[in-house]
Design a protein. Structure first.
Length: 135
């Protein structure tokens, strides 16, 4: 495993275990992009990506990683959890920049009913955040 990936994963897992979402922002590149279901369009910028990640992690109950794969600056992390009463499974696919921060993050989740339920909960919080940013 690349040293940057190992150092990143140690911090990432510690931040999630401690639920220290403020520290998570330090792991995101300024020009980070995130792709999350059910939307195809990527979101960009550290503040927006950070808010979306925190919202998703606070919404998914029992969020835990089960497996990981690393290839250079590319990391894939399998996770499981629940949204409302629905089990879900997903993958975080992360690309690190030269400084070992998240440059690109793609989140894939299944099954469809869990994705739609997660989207219902998260979209309301994201719309409020976006409105606040415009004000």
């Amino acid at each position: 495993m690349a040293a940057d990936a190992a150092a990143f994963l140690a911090r990432w897992h510690r931040i999630l275990a401690d639920r220290d979402f403020d520290l998570m922002k330090e792991l995101l590149a300024d020009d980070v992009t995130i792709g999350a279901p059910p939307h195809w369009q990527r979101l960009s910028g550290v503040d927006l990506a950070h808010h979306l990640l925190c919202t998703i992690l606070q919404t998914i109950e029992g969020f835990t990683y089960h497996r990981e794969w690393v290839s250079g600056a590319e990391i894939a992390l399998e996770f499981k959890g629940k949204v409302r009463d629905l089990d879900l499974q997903g993958m975080d696919i992360i690309t690190l920049d030269d400084d070992g921060r998240v440059l690109r993050l793609d989140v894939m989740i299944r099954p469809l009913n869990a994705v739609m339920t997660l989207q219902e909960v998260v979209s309301e919080r994201m719309l409020a955040f976006l409105a606040e940013q415009k004000a």
